[in-house]
Design a protein around this ligand. Structure first.
Ligand code: ZN
Length: 90
């Protein structure tokens, strides 16, 4: 099984953060993000992203296209950001 097949299998089993995937696949988190970009290209709209959210004020990063966790909330400047959750439908 390739890394991407493994990631897709994990994502089909339920929502995961990049950190969860990093632990499960024994990969650095930045490699997970790299592979997720390719997963997004191959599965298209089946990749479901629950956006990152500011834990301080509840701001949701709904328009964000990048898969990495944002560093800072644009509304309240907090760095307490809940990471995005990824899953694959079907
Ligand atoms: Zn905020």
């Amino acid at each position: 099984m390739t890394i991407r097949q493994l990631l897709i299998a994990l994502l089909k089993s339920g929502p995961h953060t990049a950190r969860d995937l990093s632990v499960a696949a024994h990969l650095p988190e930045k490699d997970v993000t790299f592979h997720l970009e390719h997963v997004r290209r191959s599965v298209g709209r089946s990749l479901i992203i629950e956006p990152a959210e500011c834990l301080a004020c509840g701001y949701v990063f709904a328009d964000r296209r990048r898969l990495t966790k944002p560093g800072k909330c644009p509304r309240c400047r907090s760095t307490r950001i809940g990471p995005p959750l990824f899953s694959v439908a079907g």
